[in-house]
Ligand binder design. Structure first.
Ligand code: SF4
Length: 97
């Protein structure tokens, strides 16, 4: 069993859900959550956590063989890009209500 850290929360709206909840469902099927779902919401805290995780991966990458290290650094870069995308598109809670 693997544990995945998700750096977003679900603002569930059935019609947008990629996890294919049953008709009339009032809750998502979180065990089948799909990245890219339009219901995901990322906060500034999530963006900070993405960067922290990227730093952690980079530190670990210094202790593994080069091929794996490159893959880990690429993964860390992807996490930073997501954090940057959040920063570039973030809206305040007031703007969303
Ligand atoms: S796919 Fe994930 S984010 Fe989308 S509705 Fe389902 S649980 Fe929520």
């Amino acid at each position: 069993m693997t544990t995945r850290t998700r750096f977003w929360i679900c603002a569930f709206k059935r019609d947008n859900a990629l996890c294919e909840p049953e008709l009339g469902a009032t809750a998502p099927r979180q065990y089948d959550c799909k990245e890219g779902c339009g219901n995901t919401v990322r906060t500034d805290t999530h963006a900070r956590q993405l960067r922290d995780k990227a730093d952690e991966i980079d530190r670990a990458a210094a202790f593994v063989p080069e091929k794996l290290s490159r893959r880990m650094r690429r993964n860390a870069g992807n996490l930073r890009e997501r954090a940057d995308a959040h920063d570039a598109t973030a809206q305040t809670a007031e703007a969303l209500t």
